[in-house]
Structure formats: structure tokens, C-alpha cells
Design a protein around this ligand. Structure first.
Ligand SMILES: Cc1ncc(C[n+]2csc(CCOP(=O)(O)OP(=O)(O)O)c2C)c(N)n1
Length: 518
């Protein structure tokens, strides 16, 4: 088949798989795909997003897929362009997000020769299912390498019609009988990344404490605010007799330690791929869970009481600190709103202070927790905001995360742009490390150069270069700034101080322990 025929067949297959957005980076070998995608957009089949930088293009596709729950292809030319997709493909693999890398290749006969822009692109993303056949598309994360021979461009009758009938979204129906959990053992429910509502529903039905990460999709209703502090400092933690986990929990060490316990049964909805520690014989993997009754004891009430005490301590000690940024962001997400949270301190700060939202508000709080990279976060957030109609969309990132992915702001004038406010907690470096081993006084001499890595970069000037509005905002003015309705992408840079965070966290822990001492 001709290259244009291959392109035509591929785009028809994509439409049949429910694709509504496609991302493209420019190139010659991928020319027939580019022309075909533009024709598909003009015919109303899909929306096309063009990005020069393939790494950002792939993260844009990832965000679009996370926001829309649909398969999103990202299309590149051959050579190094392909390798630039790797970070986002790994994130898609580990978070099970349906991104399809479509890489144009030279014909096989040129492989192993010195032909221009030619390398072995097959299975270049280990672990990501690979195919070179359009009829083997799965609708899930996958790499399709297409050998395209000359002539690359010919006049084509594309035959596209708006929105072909079959439609597939990210997750199918849940099948099979649930694993019914008896009421009896004192149980806690852990909701890791993308656990979604089943975690909250289980906790609600059984009246069990819900320990929900911000990006779990379950941090609403009666979810605990300070669960990670309670796991360390509340006497309740030692009385846990069973753990049920849903989603992919990676955010905090107390939860990792809880899931690593071998002295209590652990039930995980999923597989080892979403369970953060090697599973021992006490871990059962299941497809679904349901509560076998209601825990009528005071177990949940005791956790809620401790959470209220600990939350008051946190509120008291964190006013006037970087946690104010997280609080303002948390409060600024309206019903129907979207929040994309960056790795590092933003998601952990949010985790410590974020109040659960009322149930039914249809907020989407997401993050790249598959591999928790600081790369591609702006593009992912832009993609999510484009992929999901939202009453307001916010991204919340650290300054290094912003700078790492700033090319996500490299968007051509005619391209779709979301309304998105990017909040940068700007402390010139990685504050997260102050709270980890390397932040201890013993390592102070090496800390700034090899861990914190301040750059001194001027985020405002960078934004101007990209043509993106930027404003320096004091944290006290952040709530009002976030409430503004501004079209397009804008950046609110909030200067914060990263010194003293280690001591602050220690003070919070000690104060909570003192309050809960009984
Ligand atoms: C691609 C990638 N490189 C390196 C890391 C390791 N890392 C984790 S957090 C972090 C610093 C992030 O700094 P910033 O975005 O400013 O956030 P802050 O820690 O100040 O909250 C780094 C380098 C990573 N997670 N991903």
C-alpha cells in the first residue's frame, strides 16, 4: 500500500477507536500522516495539536488522554524525534494511560545503512507493547512504527466523516464479582493515584477511614486530611488490623510502610504493577472489592477525631509558609474544575493541607504519578485542560518543574489553547530535598549545588519569550488572583522560601504527636 494509503487506513482506525484529539510534530517521513491528520481535522473527525518539541508533544498527548479518558496518538518523524517520546511513554505505561506513539520510519531495507535519519526504532520503548501493523491497535498504551516508502505525498481521497460511530474510552466496564470484605478487622482504605470513586464508596459503605492521596480521585467526603501524620503519630496506627488499597500509592513513606507491613492482611485492587512494594504472602490481589457490611464500632470516629486535632495543628503551624500556596490552590478549584499537580513538594503540600471536596462536585485532580517525573508537567496540564471541559483549570508546580518543561509553552499561534492558570511555587530550587535524607545538617555542604540546584532563571522573562502572560503574586493575593477569569494560559509566580521547611515539618510532627498523646 502507498504511504498515503497507510495514513488513510491508520486515521480511519484511530477514529474507530474513539480518537478525538491527535498530536503531531513536524517532519518529512511522517508527511502523509501530517496531511491526513489535517484533513481529518478539517472533516471534523478529530482536533489536531501541533508541537515542535516531541517530548512536549508526547506529554501533551498524555495529558489529553488523562483529561478525556480517550486514546490519544502522538505522531513523529523518524530518528531522534522518536526517542524524545520516551519519558511520556514511560509515564503512560506506568500509569496505564492510553497514549499511542505513531512513529514514521524508513523502509526496512534502509535499516543498518547510513541512510539519513534512520535507526532501529522497533521496540525502542521497552515494556510498551509494540506493533508495526495498523490492524493490531489495542486502544491502550502502545507503539506503532510505520514504515513509509516514497512517494510520501500523493493526492488522496480521504473519505473522512465526522465522528465515526464506534467509541471507546479509557476504561471498560468492570467485570466479575467483587471480593467481599467482611466487617471485623479494624481496616483502613488507602486510595493511591487514580483509585477513583470506588475507594471512597468502599470506605463510606463500610465506615472505614479513607487515606486518599490528592490525585486519587477519592479525596472527598470523609477522607482524612492528615492521614500521613496520623500513620506516624497517632496511636490508632498500631491498631490497624487490615489494609485495603486501590490505585497506585507512591506519594508518602508512611503509606509505603503501611503497605509493606507483613503482619496484617493487605488487599490490593490491582496487580503488583500498582502495588508499591514487593508483595508478600499477606497481600491478596483482586479485581474489585465491596464491603460485606457496616463497621458499627467507633473505629472511623476515632480517626476522624484525631484528624480534626491534627488538622488544627497543621493549620496553626503552616500559616505564612509555602503550605499557604497549596491551601489557596485547593480552595480555588470550583465544582467542575481541574487541577493538575506537579511532583515534588506541590503534591505533598497539597496532601498535607487539602480539605476533601464535597462529593459530587466533579472536580478532577490529577498528576503524573506513574513515575512522578518533574518533566512534561506543563504539557500534561495543558493537555488535560484541553481534553476536559472544566469550569476552571489550574496547574500547580515548583519552579524547577516549570523550567524543566517550559517548552510546553511553545505553542503555535493557530493551535488550540486552554484556559489554564499555572501557579509556580517559586523558591529557586528543589525544596523537596530539604525534607529528605540529603537535607540533614550533615550534608549541608553539598546540598545547594547537587540537590537543591537553584538556577536563578527569570521565569517572567522566559514567559515573555513564549508570549505567555506572567505575574508575580504574593501568596496573600493568590486567592484573589486565582478567582479571576482570564482566557488562555497565564502564569502566576508565587515567591516562597524553602529554608526552614525541614524544621517546620519536624515541628508539625512533634506538635501532632503531643496533641494525640493519650
Ligand atoms: C525528570 C525528573 N528528574 C529528576 C527528578 C528528581 N526530582 C524530584 S523533585 C525534584 C526537584 C523539583 O523542584 P521544584 O519543581 O522546584 O519543586 P520543589 O521541590 O521546590 O517543590 C527533582 C529534581 C524527577 N522526579 N524527575
Amino acid at each position: 500500500m502507498s504511504a498515503s494509503g497507510d495514513a488513510r487506513r491508520l486515521i480511519h482506525s484511530l477514529a474507530a477507536l474513539g480518537v478525538r484529539d491527535a498530536v503531531l510534530s513536524p517532519g518529512s517521513r511522517s508527511g502523509p500522516l501530517a496531511v491526513g491528520l489535517l484533513a481529518a481535522e478539517r472533516a471534523g473527525v478529530l482536533r489536531l495539536h501541533v508541537r515542535v518539541d516531541e517530548r512536549e508533544a508526547a506529554f501533551l498527548a498524555l495529558g489529553l488522554a488523562k483529561g478525556s479518558h480517550r486514546l490519544v496518538p502522538v505522531v513523529t518523524t523518524s530518528g531522534t524525534a522518536v526517542a524524545n517520546l520516551h519519558p511520556a511513554m514511560l509515564e503512560a505505561l506506568h500509569a496505564d494511560v492510553p497514549v499511542l506513539a505513531v512513529t514514521a520510519d524508513r523502509p526496512a531495507r534502509l535499516r543498518g545503512t547510513g541512510a539519513n535519519q534512520t535507526t532501529d526504532q522497533r521496540e525502542i520503548f521497552p515494556g510498551v507493547p509494540f506493533t508495526d501493523r495498523v490492524d493490531e491497535l489495542s486502544g491502550r498504551v502502545q507503539h506503532l512504527n510505520l514504515e513509509l516508502d516514497e512517494p510520501l505525498l500523493e493526492p488522496v481521497e480521504w473519505g473522512f466523516e465526522p465522528h465515526g460511530p464506534p467509541d471507546r474510552t479509557m476504561r471498560g466496564e468492570e467485570h466479575g464479582e467483587p471480593h467481599v470484605l467482611d466487617i471485623g478487622p479494624r481496616t483502613v482504605v488507602v486510595a493511591g493515584d487514580d483509585a477513583r470513586q470506588p475507594a471512597r464508596v468502599l470506605a463510606r459503605d463500610a465506615r472505614w477511614p479513607l487515606l486518599a492521596e490528592p490525585s486519587s480521585g477519592s479525596r472527598n467526603g470523609e477522607a482524612l486530611v492528615t492521614y500521613r501524620q496520623l500513620l506516624v503519630h497517632s496511636p490508632l496506627a498500631s491498631r490497624i488490623e487490615r489494609v485495603v488499597s486501590l490505585g497506585h500509592a507512591t506519594l508518602t513513606r508512611p503509606v509505603a510502610r503501611l503497605l509493606a507491613r507483613t503482619d496484617v492482611p493487605v488487599v490490593h485492587v490491582g496487580t503488583q504493577a500498582t502495588f508499591p512494594v514487593p508483595a508478600g504472602p499477606n497481600v491478596t490481589f483482586v479485581d474489585r472489592v465491596a464491603a460485606g457490611g457496616v463497621d458499627e464500632s467507633s473505629w472511623l470516629d476515632e480517626w476522624l477525631a484525631d484528624d480534626a486535632l491534627a488538622t488544627a495543628v497543621v493549620d496553626d503551624l503552616t500559616v505564612g509558609t509555602p503550605y499557604d500556596v497549596a491551601r489557596a490552590v485547593n480552595a480555588a478549584v470550583p465544582p467542575g474544575g481541574l487541577l493538575f499537580v506537579g511532583s515534588s513538594s506541590p503534591v505533598r503540600d497539597l496532601d498535607l493541607v487539602a480539605r476533601p471536596y464535597p462529593v459530587g462536585g466533579k472536580r478532577l485532580i490529577i498528576a503524573n504519578r506513574g513515575l512522578a517525573g518533574i518533566d512534561g508537567v506543563l504539557s500534561s496540564a495543558i493537555g488535560a485542560a484541553l481534553g476536559r471541559p472544566s469550569s476552571r483549570a489550574i496547574a500547580y508546580v515548583g519552579d524547577l518543574t516549570f523550567l524543566h518543561g517550559s517548552n510546553g509553552l511553545l505553542i503555535g499561534p493557530g493551535e488550540p489553547r486552554p484556559d489554564l492558570t499555572v501557579v509556580v511555587a517559586s523558591d529557586d530550587g528543589g525544596s523537596i530535598f530539604t525534607t529528605l535524607e540529603q537535607g540533614a545538617p550533615d550534608f549541608a555542604a553539598s546540598f545547594e549545588r547537587v540537590f537543591a540546584t537553584p538556577t536563578g532563571a527569570d521565569i517572567g522573562t522566559l514567559c515573555r519569550g513564549y508570549g505567555v502572560p506572567h505575574r508575580l503574586v504574593d501568596v496573600a493575593a493568590l486567592p484573589a488572583a486565582l478567582a479571576e477569569d482570564v482566557p488562555g494560559i497565564r502564569v502566576l509566580e508565587v515567591p516562597v522560601d524553602r529554608t526552614g521547611r525541614r524544621e517546620l515539618d519536624a515541628r508539625i510532627g512533634a506538635s501532632i504527636r503531643a496533641v494525640l498523646d493519650r
